[in-house]
Ligand binder design. Structure first.
Ligand code: DQA
Length: 146
């Protein structure tokens, strides 16, 4: 079993970016936590970040035939990108939408998500621990879907 964790724009700045909202954990810390969790679950992991919408689309396309599921923190593209929503639908892989912050407790424009329309489910508001919750949720989904 192999899972892709994909991170969108500005998440490369985690640790120093608005720590009162996103915490002080860096993306590298999060990657390490995810790799430890994936090892516990005996799952292969690809962990990737890009600030470019088209590159995120390309990576989603390349997941077909390579990964069994996608965990996506699309950052601000969550609220704007029909292209990312379509990419998820196009590859037909199960996806979990993820956010560090509770997007529903924040500005109105963050309440709407294009990704949610094509996601198995959404995890938000649990900070870096959300990545662990998402891995557990995806692993359980893939196991029961077998
Ligand atoms: C985010 C929430 C988005 O609204 C925001 O644009 C981000 C990060 C989160 O993880 O909380 O860049 O996806």
């Amino acid at each position: 079993t192999s899972i892709l964790i994909l991170n969108g724009p500005n998440l490369n700045l985690l640790g120093t970016r608005q720590p009162e909202i996103y915490g002080r954990t860096t993306l590298l810390d999060i990657e390490k936590i995810c790799r430890d969790k994936a090892a516990d679950l005996s799952i292969d992991l690809e962990f990737f970040q890009s600030n470019h919408e088209g590159e995120l689309v390309d990576i989603i396309h390349s997941a077909r035939g390579k990964h069994h599921g996608i965990i996506l923190n699309a950052g601000a593209y969550t609220h704007t990108s029909v292209a990312l929503m379509d990419a998820i639908s196009s590859v037909g892989l199960p996806a979990v939408e993820l956010h560090l912050s509770n997007i529903h407790a924040r500005e109105e424009f963050r309440h709407h998500s294009y990704i949610a329309k094509v996601a198995l489910g959404v995890i938000c508001g649990f900070g870096a621990n959300g990545y662990i919750l998402a891995l557990d949720a995806m692993a359980t989904h893939l196991e029961t879907a077998k």
